[in-house]
Design a protein around this ligand. Sequence first.
Ligand code: URA
Length: 241
Amino acid sequence: MQRLQKLIAESGYCSRRKAEELIKQGKVTLNGKVVSELGTKASFGDDILVDGNLIEYQEKEYYLFYKPRSVVCTTKDDKGRKTVLDYFDDVDKRIYPVGRLDYDASGLLLLTNDGEFANLMMHPSNKIDKFYVVKVKGIVTGDEVKKLRNGIILDGKKIYPSRVKLKRLDKKNLTSIVEITIHDGINHEVKKLMEAINHEVIKLKREAFGFLTLGNLKSGEKRMLSPKEIKQLYNMAYNKR
Ligand code: URA
């Protein structure tokens, strides 16, 4: 027997946190009865429905995906835009993205149907480094790079990027390329950091997630993570705590 929210997350329906919300909203039934309090235990042998959808055990799958620009990171989009799941038509598991990449950003995104894994990777206490290459308007100065390194207050909290490097200045077109590694998991974090030093982001690409890189993948391509990589990701998250 396990907690209901854990079973829902394990089924790949959503994250455990989201499952807790759904339970509190009265959207979950256990053997025909609405459960709206956390703490109820059940097993996959029970009849569990979320919003009318049957919750069943699924084999876990883990993907590394090269998200193109102009693709949303949600599983559905009200505006009819292309979603990351449009690239996973051949996958029959209910997978979803681990965290977010903005619509106009590209790069490395993990997807899985393992809610526990997704939670662990996204949790800010695990401080997993995400490496971005960002193109901004204007010429970034050494002082501005120092400002970033010394920490910037975002959403009331001082944020220290793990690494900042000025990569290239284009004095003709007045743009700069900056490499930045962050580990906090704040929404639109890179854009907010660049805004704090008065530079608008033109292009943003996530090149790495922890030790994982895009490798030979082309935009729109994916590959499965190996069992060794999954184990390494777990180790990394636990060691960073
Ligand atoms: N920071 C951003 O501003 N956007 C992303 O998509 C990821 C990190």
